[in-house]
Design a protein around this ligand. Structure first.
Ligand code: ZN
Length: 336
């Protein structure tokens, strides 16, 4: 997307792909990892990448794509500490030696935890055997909440709760663009395993805070390939965490949601792990519970599981258009 202000933003997609998860439940049932984005914010000479993707091949394709923009990449900014957003950093930096990996303190804390916790290490290596580094490179600490790109300010805002407890977003005010990581989702299944009622309420409020920036471009960490990076994704992302609350929505919003999304108004079926988490009480307890489940293998975190057969059997909280058919799946193999 070009801009007269001097900055522009382009989005690269890694399409949905298989990973090693729980055993198949029948023909056409296959664990598929959610499609992921990495954004390139460019100035006249320089550029920054936001998030790294996961596997060696995904990172190589991303690096090839970024290289074609012919800018000097000065940083790789990490939105949050879930490994799927930063574990490719070391391989990416080999291609862009002028760049630094950077994250806010809380994001870095979670990334370091994921890199050192035995259960999480096992989880990621089980999901993507031979496709991720044994010793992942962590980002450095971003001391300041701003980053200068060719004379333009980028703001790295610690927004707090998204699908992870501590998330940040990259805001380019001059072009009204927000790279939102996993605080905003776009037409794909949302991961809620690490949330409870209080954190989901915080998530919904944080989405309001993003809306208050009045962005014209909002890039989700996970999105359906081809889905527009529109600000409508902010309100759409409030539906799932709001519906999982006991009152099924924020006061005053319920009628509005019903009217606007009548076609997708069926009650989302909560996965077993999300139910367990909601009963555990307390964010740390949930996190510990989610982490302990990961030690049992990828299938223990069914929030990431999608089905390639029709009927969305494994998409308990999909918004509306998560790919469900083989034909749709094939369409999603392309990149933006
Ligand atoms: Zn993610």
């Amino acid at each position: 997307m070009a801009s007269g202000s001097g900055l522009s933003i382009d989005v690269h997609m890694a399409p949905m792909r298989p990973f090693v998860g729980a055993a198949s439940e029948g023909a056409g049932d296959q664990p598929l990892w959610s499609p992921m984005s990495s954004s390139l914010i460019t100035g006249a000479e320089e550029a920054v990448l936001v998030d790294t993707l996961i596997t060696f091949d995904q990172v190589d394709v991303l690096a090839d794509w970024a290289e074609r923009h012919d800018k000097r990449i000065t940083a790789v900014l990490i939105t949050h500490g879930h490994s799927d957003h930063w574990i490719g950093l070391g391989r990416l930096l080999e291609r862009f030696p002028d760049a630094r990996g950077l994250a806010t303190g809380k994001v870095l804390d979670r990334a370091r935890f994921e890199a050192t916790d035995a259960g999480l290490q096992k989880y990621w290596h089980t999901c993507f055997p031979g496709e991720i580094p044994d010793s992942p490179v962590l980002p450095g600490l971003l001391e300041d909440g701003t980053f200068e790109l060719d004379g333009h300010e980028l703001q790295i805002i610690d927004v707090g709760q998204g699908d992870a407890e501590h998330s940040s977003l990259v805001y380019a005010p001059s072009i009204g663009a927000v790279v939102a990581g996993d605080v905003v989702y776009n037409q794909v299944h949302m991961m809620t395993a690490e949330t409870d009622g209080a954190s989901r309420a915080a998530w919904v409020a944080n989405l309001d805070a993003i809306a208050a920036l009045n962005p014209t471009t909002v890039v989700s960490g996970h999105k359906r390939v081809g889905a527009p990076d529109s600000p409508e994704t902010i309100e759409q992302s409030q539906q799932v965490p709001a519906r999982l609350q006991p009152h099924r929505g924020r006061p005053g919003d319920r009628g509005r949601h019903r009217r606007r999304h009548a076609g997708a108004a069926r009650r989302p079926r909560q996965s077993a792990s999300a139910v367990v988490c909601s009963q555990a009480g307390g964010r740390q307890a949930q996190l510990n519970r989610a982490i302990s489940m990961t030690g049992a293998g990828c299938g223990a975190q069914p929030e990431f599981r999608m089905s390639s057969r029709s009927g969305a059997a494994h998409e308990p909280n999909s918004l509306q258009n998560a790919p469900t058919s083989d034909a749709k799946h094939r369409r999603d193999k392309g990149t933006l």
